[in-house]
Design a protein around this ligand. Structure first.
Ligand code: SF4
Ligand code: SF4
Ligand code: SF4
Ligand code: FES
Length: 960
C-alpha cells in the first residue's frame, strides 16, 4: 500500500469520534447529517466535507476551545460558539461561512501572525503547516498590528532532544502538545507557564527537553500544528513526498506507521492513525530509532571464513550459500543427519520464520529448529495450551478500556510495551483499579494520575506461591464464579484444583512469608481481582523466565477461569510479548516439536499434509531445543547452525557456556544486519535485511497479523526470505517463491487458524487477528467466547517448587533483569541510534541498605558474581528495588549480564530462569576477567572484519 504523500490522507476531523448508539440529525450550511450523540459541530461538518478553520483542535485530542478560530453561527444561539467544543443537537442549524465569521477569524489570525516569524519559505513545515493553511483559509492578506510590538521572535530554540527541536518563536500556545502528552502519552511532561502574552510551553523536571520527564514518544511533535516542535530529520531533509504503511520492528505491541519518504530516503516515521494496535501513537523506538537501518556498521556483502580466527572474505551470494550448503552436507555425512540445525528469529517476518523451519525440516531433514521464544515466552505457549487450548493471549489491546481491575504481573509496560502502557494508564485515569505484582517498583506503581492500589513486591522466584495464595483466597472465601466454572470447565480438574489450593499450606498466611508479602495485601488483591468487575491479567517475562514459568502461566489461567474473567471484552489472560514477531515465530512452527499452527510433529495426519505439500518425508520426533543444541555441541554431536536474526551469544543465559558451544561447531551461518556477538563465532555471514527492506507480516501480542512493506531495496541485495530460498536451493531442496505473499498463501493452505489470511485480505482489513478462517472470516479479537479452544477449560495443579537457585552467605542477593524504554533487547539496533542519549550503559540497581552495608556509592564500579560467572557494572542506588534484590538491563554486550545468569530453566520448556540469580555484589576497580577476555576477542574480531577483502577466489582459499 504505497500512497503519494498527502497530509489529507489522514484527514483530521477536529475532535474525537463518539460511539453513542443515539444518532442526532442537524443541518450544516443547508445540508443534513446524522452523527452519534456527543459529536462536535466541527466533526459533523468535517464528515460532510466542510472545513472549519481550526488551530487548537485535532481529532486525537479532546477539544480545548482556546484559539477561537473555529467560530460558527447557530440559529437560535447567541454569539459565535466554538464549533470544536459545541456538541451537536437535534435539529440544530449551523452556518460555517458568513461575512461576520470571516472577519472574526481574520482578526484572530492577524493576532497570531503578528507574533509569528514570517519565514514560511525557509520554514521546515512549509507546505505542511496548519497555521499557514488556516491563514490561507481565512484569506489573511495583511497584518494591521505590524511586527514591531512585543513578540517572541527572538526566543531561543531547544535542540537538546536528539530527535526533535522546540522553537518557541513559532509557538501559538494552542496547548495541543500539552494535551497530547497528557491524553495520548500519559506522561504529563509538558505544561504552559505564565499567563496571557507570557504563556510558554515548558518541559517539566528539567531545563530542556532532554533533561525533563519527557520520554520522547513524539506525540507532541505530531500534535503541533506549526514548526515549533519538529523532527530534526525533517529540518535536515525537508518535507516527505510519499508514504508507505508498515509495522514497527521493535516490541510486541506492533504499532502501525507511515514511513514517510523522499526519494528512497526515509524522512520520518509517523504513527498511523488507522493502526489498530496503536491508534496513531508510538514510542521513542518505533518513531525515532530507525537510523540503525542505514548505519555504517551494516554488513552488506556475504562473507566466509574457514576458522573464526581467520579474516573474513567477501564473496558473492552464490559463493556464500554454496559454501554454507556444502559445509552443512559435509557435516551431515560425517556426523549424521541430526548434527545440524537452525534458529528462527522473532525479529523476522512470519514468512521468513516459516521458510527457515521449512528449510530445516525439509532440507536438513531433521526437526532441530528452535526460536528465541525459547528464552522468553515458550512457557506461555505451553501453559495456555494446557489450560485454554491455544498458545496465545485472549484479547485485543483495546479490551483494556473495558477492564475494571487490571492485574499486571512480572511486566513493565511503560518500558517494554510503551504504547499499551499509555492506553492502560488512560483506563486507570478513567477509574480502573490496578494491582501490580512485581519485585520492583515499576513506573506503573506510582505514575502521574495513575497508581497501583496494591503493589505486591514479591521475592523473585515466588510467582507460583503468590498465584496459589491468591487462588486460596478466591476458593476459600467463596469468590468463585461457579456458574462459569460449571458451564465452561472440566469438573474433575476443577475439583482437584480447588481442593489443592484450599489447603492451609496454600494460604496467604503460609505463602506470604515465602513471597515476602503481607498476607493481608494478598487477600485484598484476590478479593479485588475476583469481585471488582471485569478483571484482566497482563503478564510478561517476569512470569515466564523462571524454573516454574509454565506453572505460573497455568496459575494465571486458573485464576481467570475460576473467576469467569475470560471470553469477553475487558478480561482475559494477556501475555505481553517481547519482540515484534515472537507470537508469529511461534505460530509458524519454530519449535522443534510443532509444525505451523501448534500441531505436534508426531501427529501423522498433520505431518502427511506437510509431507505432501513439501514433497519430503518428515521426521516424526521432536528435534533439539536451543539448550540441547548447546549441550550436543559441547558433547561433539552437533556441528552446524543456521541462525537467522538472533544473537544467542548475547541474549541466552550463561554466556560462557553458549560461546563454548558455538566455538565447538564447525559451521555457524549467521544471517544478520550487523556483526553481532554470535556472528563473531560464525564461518558464513549472510547480510540480513531490516524491516524497511522487505515485504511480509508480523504478528503482535494480540494475534494481530499486520503487513510489513518494503520502503527501500535490501542493502545486502536480498531480503532475508530470499537468502533462505537461496540456501535451500543450494542444499538441493528447491524453493521458488517470487514474493512473500506466495509464502503466506502456503501458510494459509496448511494452517487452519490462518485459512482466510492473505495479503489481499490484510490490505482490505488493515490487519487480521487469528484465528481467521471460515468460522471467523474477519478474524478473532477475543478468544474463547462460547467455549475454550480445547473445549472445556482445564484447571491445572500448580504446586510451588522453590527454585534451586538459592541465596546463601556467599551469594546473598537475588539478581533480576529487564529492559529499559530507550534500548531494545540485545541493543544491536538501539545502540546504533541516538537513543544512547538516555541509556548508554547497563547499570546495577541496588537498594540503599544493601549499598551502604557494602560501602557502595552511586556510580561506583561494582563486581557481580554468581555461580555462573562474574562481571562489573556501575551502581545505581535506588529504592525501586527491595532490599535483597538487585536489577540490571542487558542491552550492552560488554556488560555481560548473561555471564552471571545460570543454566537453570523452566521444567516444561527450558525457558531460562533469567529472573532469579543468586549473586554477591562488591565494590571493585577493574573489569572482570570475562570482560577483559570479551574485549580482546571482540577487538580481534573487529580487526578480522576490518581486514575483509574482496576475495577473488576466496572460496578456494577458504577450502584450502
Ligand atoms: S515527546 Fe512525548 S513525553 Fe515528551 S513531551 Fe512530547 S508528548 Fe510528552
Ligand atoms: S508547541 Fe506547538 S502544539 Fe505546543 S502550544 Fe506551541 S504551537 Fe501548540
Ligand atoms: S510500542 Fe513497541 S511497536 Fe510501538 S513504536 Fe514502540 S517499540 Fe514499536
Ligand atoms: S479549534 Fe476550536 S477553539 Fe481552537
Amino acid at each position: 500500500m504505497i500512497t503519494l504523500f498527502d497530509p489529507n490522507t489522514d484527514i483530521d476531523l477536529g475532535t474525537p469520534a463518539r460511539d453513542s448508539q443515539v444518532q442526532v440529525t442537524l443541518n450544516i450550511d443547508g445540508r443534513s447529517i446524522s452523527v452519534p450523540e456527543g459529536t462536535s459541530v466541527m466533526r459533523a461538518a468535517a464528515l460532510l466535507g466542510t472545513t472549519i478553520p481550526k488551530l487548537c483542535a485535532t481529532d486525537s485530542l479532546e477539544a480545548f476551545g482556546s484559539c477561537r478560530m473555529c467560530l460558527v453561527e447557530i440559529d437560535g444561539m447567541r454569539g459565535y460558539p466554538a464549533s470544536c467544543t459545541t456538541p451537536v443537537s437535534e435539529g440544530m442549524s449551523v452556518h460555517t461561512q458568513t461575512p461576520k465569521l470571516a472577519t472574526l477569524r481574520r482578526n484572530v489570525m492577524e493576532l497570531y501572525i503578528s507574533d509569528h516569524p514570517l519565514d514560511c519559505l525557509t520554514c521546515s513545515a512549509n507546505g505542511n503547516c496548519e497555521l499557514q493553511t488556516v491563514a490561507g483559509q481565512v484569506g489573511l492578506r495583511e497584518v494591521r498590528y505590524g511586527y514591531e510590538g512585543d513578540n517572541h521572535l527572538a526566543d531561543v530554540k531547544d535542540t537538546s532532544n536528539p530527535y526533535f527541536d522546540y522553537d518557541p518563536s513559532k509557538c501559538i500556545v494552542c496547548n495541543r502538545c500539552v494535551r497530547a502528552c497528557e491524553e495520548t502519552q500519559g506522561t504529563f511532561a509538558l505544561t504552559i507557564t505564565g499567563r496571557g502574552f507570557e504563556s510558554r510551553v515548558a518541559a517539566a523536571g528539567g531545563d530542556n527537553f532532554l533533561d525533563s520527564e519527557c520520554v520522547s514518544c513524539g506525540a507532541c511533535v505530531q500534535a503541533c500544528p506549526t514548526a515549533t516542535l519538529m523532527e530534526k530529520s525533517v529540518v535536515e531533509l525537508g518535507q516527505p513526498e510519499r508514504s508507505v504503511i508498515t509495522t514497527c520492528a521493535y516490541c510486541g505491541v506492533g504499532c502501525s506507521f507511515r514511513a514517510e519518504m523522499k526519494g528512497d530516503q526515509l524522512v520520518r516515521m509517523v504513527p498511523d492513525k488507522n493502526g489498530q494496535a496503536n491508534h496513531g501513537h508510538s514510542c521513542v523506538k518505533g518513531r525515532f530509532a530507525w537510523g540503525y537501518a542505514t548505519h555504517p556498521d551494516r554488513i552488506t556483502k556475504p562473507m566466509i571464513r574457514k576458522h573464526i580466527n581467520d579474516p573474513w572474505q567477501e564473496v558473492s551470494w552464490d559463493e556464500a550459500v554454496t559454501y554454507a550448503a556444502s559445509e552443512f552436507r559435509r557435516l551431515q555425512q560425517k556426523y549424521g543427519r541430526d548434527s545440524i540445525g537452525g534458529i528462527t528469529s522473532s525479529r523476522c517476518t512470519n514468512e521468513e520464520t516459516y521458510l527457515v523451519q521449512k528449510l530445516i525440516r525439509a532440507a536438513f531433514g531433521n526437526n532441530n529448529v528452535d526460536t528465541c521464544a525459547r528464552v522468553c515466552h515458550s512457557p506461555t505457549g505451553y501453559g495456555l495450551k494446557q489450560t485454554l487450548g491455544e498458545s496465545a493471549g485472549t484479547q485485543s489491546f483495546d479490551s483494556v478500556m473495558q477492564a475494571d481491575v487490571i492485574l499486571v504481573m512480572g511486566a513493565n509496560p511503560s518500558d517494554a510495551h510503551p504504547v499499551f502502557a499509555s492506553q492502560l494508564k488512560r483506563r486507570l485515569r478513567e477509574g480502573a483499579r490496578l494491582i501490580v505484582i512485581d519485585p520492583r517498583r515499576i513506573d506503573l506503581v506510582d505514575s502521574v494520575h495513575a497508581r497501583a492500589e496494591l503493589h505486591l513486591a514479591l521475592r523473585p522466584g515466588t510467582n507460583v506461591a503468590m498465584l496459589n495464595a491468591l487462588a486460596h483466597v478466591i476458593v476459600t472465601e467463596g469468590l468463585l464464579n461457579q456458574t462459569f466454572i460449571d458451564a465452561r470447565c472440566e469438573g474433575s480438574d476443577f475439583a482437584r484444583w480447588s481442593e489443592f489450593v484450599s489447603r492451609p499450606e496454600n494460604s496467604p498466611e503460609t505463602l506470604g512469608a515465602i513471597c515476602g508479602v503481607d498476607p493481608a495485601d494478598i487477600r485484598a488483591a484476590a478479593r479485588l481481582y475476583a469481585t471488582g468487575g471485569n478483571a484482566a491479567i497482563y503478564y510478561g517475562l517476569g512470569v515466564t523466565e523462571h524454573s516454574q514459568g509454565s506453572t505460573a502461566v497455568m496459575g494465571i489461567a486458573n485464576l481467570a477461569m475460576a473467576t469467569g474473567n475470560i471470553g469477553r471484552e475487558g478480561v482475559g489472560v494477556n501475555p505481553l510479548r517481547g519482540q515484534n514477531n515472537v507470537q508469529g515465530s511461534c505460530d509458524m512452527g519454530s519449535f522443534p516439536h510443532e509444525l505451523p499452527g501448534y500441531r505436534h510433529i508426531s501427529n501423522e495426519v498433520v505431518r502427511a499434509q506437510f509431507e505432501q505439500a513439501w514433497n519430503v518425508t518428515l521426521q516424526p520426533d521432536p528435534g533439539l531445543r536451543i539448550p540441547n543444541m548447546f549441550e550436543a555441541a559441547l558433547g561433539g554431536s552437533f556441528k552446524g547452525l543456521y541462525c537467522q536474526g538472533e544473537d544467542i551469544a548475547q541474549s541466552d543465559p550463561n554466556t560462557q557456556h553458549v560461546t563454548a558451544a558455538l566455538s565447538a561447531m564447525e559451521c555457524v551461518v549467521v544471517q544478520d544486519i550487523f556483526l553481532n556477538e554470535t556472528a563473531k563465532f560464525a564461518h558464513v555471514f549472510l547480510p540480513g535485511s531490516s524491516f524497511l527492506e522487505k515485504d511480509g507480516t508480523f504478528t503482535n501480542a494480540e494475534r494481530r497479523i499486520s503487513r510489513v512493506r518494503k520502503v527501500m531495496e535490501p542493502l545486502g541485495g536480498k531480503a532475508d526470505w530470499e537468502g533462505t530460498v537461496a540456501l535451500s536451493n543450494a542444499l538441493g531442496y528447491p524453493m521458488s517463491y517470487q514474493h512473500p505473499s506466495e509464502i503466506m498463501d502456503e501458510i494459509a493452505s496448511l494452517t487452519p487458524t490462518f485459512t482466510n489470511v492473505s495479503y489481499t485480505e490484510l490490505d482490505r482489513h488493515g490487519s487480521l487477528q487469528w484465528p481467521c478462517n471460515a468460522a471467523a472470516p474477519d478474524g478473532t479479537p477475543t478468544m474463547h467466547i462460547e467455549e475454550f479452544v480445547r473445549g472445556k477449560g482445564r484447571f491445572m495443579l500448580t504446586g510451588y517448587v522453590p527454585t534451586e537457585e538459592k541465596v546463601n552467605s556467599r551469594y546473598p542477593l537475588l539478581l533480576t533483569t529487564g529492559r529499559i524504554l530507550s534500548q531494545y533487547n540485545v541493543g544491536a539496533q538501539t545502540r546504533r541510534t541516538d537513543n544512547v542519549a538516555w541509556h548508554h550503559e547497563d547499570r546495577l540497581e541496588i537498594h540503599p541498605t544493601d549499598a551502604e552495608s557494602r560501602g557502595i556509592n552511586e556510580d561506583d564500579w561494582v563486581g557481580i558474581g554468581s555461580r555462573a560467572g562474574q562481571t562489573v557494572l556501575r551502581a545505581r542506588i535506588t529504592e525501586r528495588v527491595a532490599p535483597g534484590v538487585v536489577y540490571t538491563t542487558f542491552h550492552f554486550p560488554e556488560s555481560g549480564a548473561n555471564v552471571i545468569t545460570t543454566d537453570n530453566s523452566d521444567w516444561a520448556t527450558n525457558c531460562p530462569e533469567y529472573k532469579v540469580t543468586a549473586v554477591e555484589v562488591s565494590r571493585v576497580y577493574h573489569p572482570s576477567e570475562w570482560q577483559k577476555r570479551y574485549q580482546a576477542f571482540s577487538d580481534e574480531q573487529q580487526r578480522l572484519l576490518d581486514e575483509r577483502r574482496q576475495a577473488r577466489g576466496a572460496k578456494a582459499e577458504v577450502r584450502r
